[in-house]
Design a protein around this ligand. Sequence first.
Ligand SMILES: NC(=O)C1=CN([C@@H]2O[C@H](COP(=O)(O)OP(=O)(O)OC[C@H]3O[C@@H](n4cnc5c(N)ncnc54)[C@H](OP(=O)(O)O)[C@@H]3O)[C@@H](O)[C@H]2O)C=CC1
Ligand SMILES: CC(=O)N[C@@H](CCC(=O)OP(=O)(O)O)C(=O)O
Length: 313
Amino acid sequence: MTIRVFIDGAVGTTGLEIRERLDGREGIEQLILAEADRKDPKKREDALNSADFVILCLPDEAAREAVAMIRADKVRVIDASTAHRVAPDWVYGFAELEPGQMTAIAEASRVSNPGCYPTGFLALVRPLVRAGLVPLDHSFAVNAVSGYSGGGKSMIAEFEDETSEGFTATAFRNYGLSLDHKHVPEMQKHARIEYPPIFQPAVVRTYRGMVVEVPLPLHAFTRRPSIEAIENALRDAYKESALVRVLPGDVSTVSIEEDAGTDRLSLRVFGNAERGQARLVATLDNLGKGAAGAAVQNLNIMAGLDPAAGLVL
Ligand SMILES: NC(=O)C1=CN([C@@H]2O[C@H](COP(=O)(O)OP(=O)(O)OC[C@H]3O[C@@H](n4cnc5c(N)ncnc54)[C@H](OP(=O)(O)O)[C@@H]3O)[C@@H](O)[C@H]2O)C=CC1
Ligand SMILES: CC(=O)N[C@@H](CCC(=O)OP(=O)(O)O)C(=O)O
């Protein structure tokens, strides 16, 4: 059986990566709009309704509009934008996050692809909250850096094109200083924690890759979990996963290039037992498990294909 896939936003940063991964795959036919038609509402509407699977790689508002254009019941949607990540009637497309999540994705008609930063945060934190090692009412902090492709075409131009408005030569800059980053509700909801985490993102002069860190004051928690207990809980949560790996915390540094160019998500636990402090560190590619890789994985799961097909391990 061949499935028909339409990527809306196929020439954007995420869309192109997905398209390349699906190109030439047996059993997948891509509906592709010509450059002159790709923003034509009528042409998009036709494509959106004649596909079996639609992957939205659009800004949030355009993603909402695209969903509203879909009338055919058979069309199943994966939305890479932020638009539906906390919507109650959408399935959260993070297959490894909860027991049973892969089945929920396989059966879903509407799947929201996780954000890149939430992917790192949730992978580190959710198993610990679920196991009761970290209390639900802990006030989490998240420190993270991303490659500049995380901001899509406009941020790529800011970092690469001297003639673009907003061109910057900076090596590192923080942002989200008003503490209202769009990923915070998604992190809170899917970690199932009481308070919004304090999210401290930054962007650096490298194209792709991310490091996402969560500091934990273990000494302050009622159960005072050991560093080993934290690492074991993560190992247990991801023991069956091909993409999420828990690595020993025996290195002296972790670089942003670690998983760039792959669909892996690597987790490490560092700590100081005497002080009762830990640093949880995730690395991933914002365009891999953080976007395009996750979308391809979700498509595989929804269409009943090999879950690892087209992914870079
Ligand atoms: N970049 C990343 O690392 C990640 C991105 N995402 C999400 O994926 C989505 C896409 O992001 P990204 O690829 O980075 O963004 P880009 O800006 O690189 O690409 C967006 C694409 O959508 C097109 N587009 C915009 N409006 C419309 C419309 N009304 N109809 C048809 N096409 C339209 C743009 O056209 P044009 O080329 O003419 O501008 C562009 O090609 C966003 O919601 C983003 O938040 C999620 C996780 C990570
Ligand atoms: C470096 C950078 O600017 N990154 C983007 C997030 C990229 C991403 O994950 O997109 P979604 O919001 O769709 O998840 C940001 O912080 O807004």
